[in-house]
Design a protein. Sequence first.
Lengths: 197, 103
Amino acid sequence: MTIDQYLFALFALLTCGGAISVVICQNVVRMAFSLIISLASISALFFLLSADFVGATQLMVYVGGTIVLLIFGVMLTSSSALLQIRTSPAEGFLAAGIGVLFLSVFSFTVWSVDWDRNEAKLAGVTAVDVPPQDYNEASSGNTVRPLAMSFVGLRPDKAGKAPGYLLPFEIVSVHLLVVLIGAAYLARTKRRVSAES
Amino acid sequence: MDAIGLNNVLAIGAVLFVCGVICMTTKRNGIGVLMGVELVLNGANLNFVAFARYSSMGLDGHVISLFVIVLAAAEAAVALAIALNFYNNHLTIDVDRGDELRG
């Protein structure tokens, strides 16, 4: 085994263990901590798959932003009595059974597909482009420059035959602005309803 | 090239998806449901990046996973605002209490 495989096994175990303990824990703060472990290990898996920019974005946006947002939510909504709301054991067993069924279906599907044969078929349909100088293949890392070029609508690695992503980039920027204004409007302080309900 | 293997990464994505779905369906805490959504989105992201790495389709998987990360951040912000409003109105975060629209 190479060092890549050891690291992959370690981070795969951390990812799956974190996700499973998010499901099992009943305390919200412990769930948030397990989620941090799981998401950080996923970003390590991205680095191992040579997706350096996506891994860095995952660390900054998810682990640095979204999780902090969730922890603020936990702090703002949990008085000590509400910190754990238990599910009944029957529901837990039912969900575990359904989850095992789901997982077996997915694993069976994934392992029964011959990806190499599909790849050979695909190679006949799509022309293989020679990337220009200073461009790497997507599978060899160093993806920042090709990603930035594709976000401004240029695809030199596909010889102009594939579309860039300028319009989706603009749409998602305006979408983010609108969503953040809407969230600030929704979350502003209002008169609190009395406790009898 | 084949040091890790596509199937192993897809299996991890499947585990994340299943954990997220179970988390969404069984947690009665609203914040816990949000955490399940994050797990599902991360499983999908892992699949996109794995296919970008192990197939000849180039960089598109990376771009799509970046869009998914941005949309997940937006979704978390709005859902958290809704959860805070729910807490202000009901003084609890238990999603089983939000049954006012039941016929």
